[in-house]
Each structure stands twice: as structure tokens, then as C-alpha cells.
Design a protein around this ligand. Structure first.
Ligand code: ADP
Ligand code: MG
Length: 530
């Protein structure tokens, strides 16, 4: 096969004849080389940039010697493969020091003209023509080799840089992978990913540890199979998350391998990739925090008992004094020479109402103060609401208030203490009826919102007397015969259920709302002590 050098030679038509001409020329030219080289570097050093680089005299001397031998080889050959190698090395050196190619062209022309003028001076007309042609060809060949290797050299450097850059990227990737591994695998958080409607795709070391399973076991399982809880509820949660309507934070109860309960608070993130969607749940074990909350609530209750006792003493004294006075009157009426039976009966009846009020107070107080364990059962909240509202219809009718429920079509099933929640519905609805003038209306609604069941009691009454009234504190009442214990009892029961009570009020519209957590996860049936 023809080598690249041979091809180049063919291209400039450098042949036997030219080699002969150069060999004839060589002995005549060599004595002039010292002058050519001096002239060459004189011209180069006229340039600012070159002077700045070539400051070292010894270096310039070395370069002059190499240029002399380069010229000797140029005119004396042999112009073979080794010649090509030698010349290519020069080109690569130029590339390495990033010599601009315009200088290569310029300086090769200096050489060409110098050689031609030597030929003109030393040869007769015929030989001079032959030699001039050969000089032109060999200098062109040199240029071709130089430019070619310089370009190759540049490409080589670009490739080197690319490789170096790729190495850096690979290094960075490795580092970030290592970091990712450290964060995800050795952190405290549980990490689980899956595609919507799909099975668990990934879970981290902390999950495996807690659940006592391996990655392989988890693959191919659904969330509910792995962490417990109702599949239907999980599906609903996933749907809400994807629609952006659900709360991204959900707490579930997870049983570990030793059947111990853990309360896990999951934060959800959705990643939309071009080909698929991935849901990522990051869970934190909040069991300890939760227990602390339960203990704090218990402590709060004990603390409020002192205030309660003082309040109660005050509340009891009034009706007790009033009843005592009425009984004194009864005594006086009956001990008259002619006993005044009618007056005695009136006084006795009054005493009775005060005693009744006392009895009511004591009952409500006991309800409030006694720390009952909740008797949790799973049922439809709508049934509980319906039962109480039906009970209150006669009261509403007597007051001329339109009382109705709005319960929706879907069951709202959760675990709660039926008796206690009945009390909540009763207290809130009765307050609403008491606040609403004849012709107004009271609505009792049940719905779900995110991970909560919501009960709302709305009335068209005048609203709260003051916006910051201490509604939920014992004995706050604006009613003549009120006890001020209805709302504190509501508050107590709802917080025992880990729910939230809220009120919004303006003249003409007051809404008391209660949110109860929809249970999720492997919560065991049976009571939760409070
Ligand atoms: P009571 O009903 O015995 O007064 P509650 O604790 O049930 O005690 O209520 C405390 C107070 O909160 C009431 O006296 C009243 O001032 C206010 N309140 C409760 N519900 C409503 C309502 N729907 N509209 C206006 N005010 C209300
Ligand atoms: Mg009340």
C-alpha cells in the first residue's frame, strides 16, 4: 500500500529528477546555510512576541544548529520514510508550543527565497531551472507535512483535553454517587420509591433494617403489603398526591419485625421524568415525639385541674346559696301559725331549679374531668351525626330553626369513640341552635379533606360576641343558664382523638369544624388510652 509520504510526494510530483537536482545543488548550498540561518532568526527576532519567548541566547544558538541540520537534510535527502518521520516531529513540536501557522508559512517562504537566490548565484541557467523546480517541490512537501502534523497534533491535544474532562466528570459522578449512597443508605430517614399504581421500586437500608426484609423481598410488593394499612386508602392517597390535592405529609403506623408499632411521618415528592413518574416517600420515625405529645397533653390536663377546681367552687356556690335561701323561705312559710302552702311550693320549685342546675354542672364537670380511655371502634361518622341530629329536631322545631345534615354519598369510615363523638356533635349543634334566632338555619356536614374526616356545624346566628373569647376554657359562657363547659368538653374529646377544632365566625355565619385523622397503617384495634 502507498504510504502517506509517498502519496504526498506523488501529489507535488517530487521524483527521481528532483532528487538528482537537489543532490547537485547540496554541496553548493551548504556553505551558505550559516548566513541563511542568521538571517532567519534575525527576521524572527524582529517580532515583539518572538523576542519575549526567545530570551535565552543559548536556546537561540541551539535552535540555529537544528535549523542548519534541518536545511542539510532538506537538500541532501534521502527523502524516504525516515525523512518523513523526522519532519513530522518538527510539526508536532510546533503544535505542542502552539506556534501560529501564519509564522510557519512566512518562515518557509524566507527559506524558499534564500535557497532560490543561492541557486541563481551558483548555477548556470539550465541547472538553475531544474534546481528551482526541485526546491519549490521539496519546500511545498515540507509545508504539507508540517501543516498536516500540526493539525494532527492539535486534534490530539483536543482529544487529550476531552479525555481529561471526561475523567473529571467520572470522578465527580463517583463522588456524588458516594454522597448519595451515604445520605440515602446510612441516614435515619426511610426512603421508598414507586411508580404510580405500581409496586415498590426502591427502598433504602433503613427500611430494610426496620422491617427486617431485604431489597429483593420488597420488590414486587405493594405499599400496603409492605407497610400495612388499607389498600383502598393508599390508592386514594396516591391519587390525591398526583392530583396535587392531598397533603404531601402523612403519618402511618408501621409494625417492625418485632411487631412493635412505629409512627412514621412520610413526606412525599413527585418526580416527573420524560418517560415516567416516580413517587418518593421519605419517612421519619416520630414515635418518641408522639409519645411526648401524649404526655404533654396529660400534664396540661392535670395543670388545668387546679384552675378548674377554683372555677367549680365559684360556680357551685351561687346555685347552692340560692337553693339554701329558697329552702329557708320554705321553712318560714311552713312554720307560720297558718302554713302558707302555696308560697312554700313556689320557693321549693325555685330551690329545685337551682339544684337541677347544680346537678347539670356536676355531670358536665365529671365528663370534663374524668380521664376516660377511649373506646375506639371503626364506623361511619355519618351514622353518628345522623343519630344526634335526629335527637335535636324537636328542639330545633320549637325554636323555629331549620336544622339539616349534609352527609355526602361516600361513607366516612374511621376509628373513634362513638359515645364521645356523639357528645361533640351534640354540644356543637346545641350551641348553634341556641345562637340562631327563629327563621335561621343550622347545617351539620361530614366530608373528608386529605387525611382527615371533617365535621362542620354552621349556623346563621349573630356570631361570637368577641373574636378572641376564651371559648375553650372552662366556665366561659355568655348565657344566663350556661355552664361554659360544652366547648371545653368538645376540645378535650377532639384532642384525645388527635384531632383539631377550629372556629370561624362573623355575624350571620359561624362555623365550628372538627378534623379527625382518618386512620392509616397497621393500627391495632382496641382502645388507645389517653
Ligand atoms: P355554654 O353553651 O354553656 O355557654 P359552651 O362552652 O358550649 O358553654 O359555649 C361557650 C360560649 O361560646 C357560649 O356561651 C357562647 O358565647 C359561645 N358560643 C358557642 N357556640 C356559639 C355559636 N354557634 N355562635 C355564637 N357563640 C357561640
Ligand atoms: Mg354549650
Amino acid at each position: 500500500m502507498e504510504s502517506i509520504f509517498d502519496e504526498m510526494r506523488r501529489y507535488v510530483a517530487f521524483g527521481e529528477e528532483d532528487e538528482q537536482a537537489l543532490r547537485l545543488f547540496a554541496p553548493l548550498a551548504v556553505p551558505h546555510f550559516g548566513t541563511i540561518v542568521d538571517e532567519f532568526y534575525r527576521r524572527i527576532l524582529e517580532h515583539e512576541d518572538a523576542r519575549r519567548v526567545l530570551t535565552d541566547q543559548a536556546q537561540v544558538a541551539r535552535l540555529k544548529i537544528s535549523l542548519q541540520s534541518w536545511l542539510s537534510l532538506l537538500v541532501s535527502g534521502p527523502w524516504d520514510a525516515e525523512y518523513h518521520q523526522n519532519r513530522a516531529r518538527v510539526g508536532r513540536t510546533h503544535a505542542r508550543i502552539s506556534l501560529p501557522q501564519r509564522y510557519v508559512l512566512g518562515s518557509m517562504n524566507v527559506i524558499r527565497l534564500s535557497l532560490l537566490s543561492i541557486a541563481a548565484a551558483e548555477l548556470d541557467a539550465i541547472d538553475q531551472r531544474r534546481v528551482a523546480v526541485a526546491i519549490d517541490k521539496i519546500v511545498d512537501l515540507e509545508l504539507a507535512i508540517m501543516l498536516e502534523t500540526a493539525t494532527d497534533g492539535l486534534l490530539g491535544r483536543v482529544k487529550e483535553l476531552e479525555t481529561a474532562e471526561r475523567d473529571v466528570l467520572v470522578q465527580r459522578l463517583k463522588l456524588s454517587e458516594a454522597r448519595y449512597h451515604e445520605f440515602v443508605e446510612t441516614g435515619e430517614a426511610l426512603v421508598v420509591t414507586w411508580e404510580p399504581g405500581g409496586r415498590i421500586a426502591q427502598l433504602n437500608g433503613r427500611c430494610e433494617e426496620l422491617m427486617g426484609i431485604s431489597h429483593g423481598d420488597a420488590n414486587d410488593k405493594t405499599w400496603s403489603e409492605l407497610f400495612g394499612g388499607e389498600p383502598a386508602r393508599f390508592v386514594a392517597r396516591e391519587r390525591d398526591l398526583l392530583a396535587g390535592t392531598g397533603t404531601p405529609v402523612v403519618e402511618t403506623i408501621v409494625l417492625d419485625r418485632a411487631e412493635q408499632e412505629h409512627r412514621i411521618r412520610w413526606h412525599h415528592t413527585i418526580f416527573h421524568e420524560p418517560e415516567r413518574t416516580i413517587i418518593c416517600a421519605i419517612g421519619l420515625d416520630v414515635t418518641a415525639e408522639h409519645l411526648l405529645g401524649v404526655r404533654t397533653r396529660r400534664a396540661e390536663r392535670l395543670a388545668s385541674l387546679g384552675t378548674m377546681a377554683a372555677g367549680l367552687a365559684h360556680e357551685v356556690r351561687n346555685p347552692l346559696n340560692a337553693a339554701h335561701l329558697q329552702l329557708k323561705l320554705v321553712e318560714r312559710h311552713l312554720s307560720r301559725p297558718v302554713p302558707e302552702i302555696a308560697s312554700a311550693l313556689d320557693a321549693a320549685a325555685l330551690a329545685d331549679t337551682h339544684v337541677e342546675r347544680l346537678a347539670a354542672l356536676v355531670t358536665e364537670f365529671l365528663d370534663f374531668g374524668r380521664p376516660h380511655a377511649l373506646r375506639m371502634t371503626r364506623r361511619d361518622l355519618r351514622g353518628t351525626v345522623e343519630a344526634i341530629v335526629a335527637l335535636l329536631h324537636p328542639e330545633a322545631a320549637a325554636a323555629g330553626v331549620d336544622l339539616a345534615t349534609e352527609l355526602g354519598m361516600d361513607p366516612v369510615v374511621l376509628s373513634y369513640d362513638d359515645e364521645k363523638i356523639k357528645q361533640v356533635v351534640l354540644n356543637l349543634t346545641r350551641n348553634a341552635l341556641e345562637a340562631t334566632p327563629a327563621g335561621g338555619e343550622v347545617r351539620v356536614r361530614v366530608s373528608t379533606r386529605g387525611n382527615a374526616a371533617v365535621l362542620e356545624v354552621t349556623d346563621t346566628g349573630p356570631g361570637l360576641s368577641t373574636p378572641d373569647a376564651p371559648l375553650f376554657e372552662p366556665f366561659y359562657t355568655t348565657k344566663e343558664t350556661g355552664t361554659g363547659l360544652g366547648l371545653p368538653i368538645v376540645y378535650r374529646i377532639v384532642t384525645d382523638h388527635e384531632g383539631v377544632v377550629d372556629v370561624q365566625s362573623r355575624p350571620g355565619r359561624t362555623v365550628f369544624s372538627v378534623a379527625l385523622p382518618l386512620d392509616d397503617g397497621a393500627r391495632r384495634s382496641g382502645g388507645r388510652s389517653s
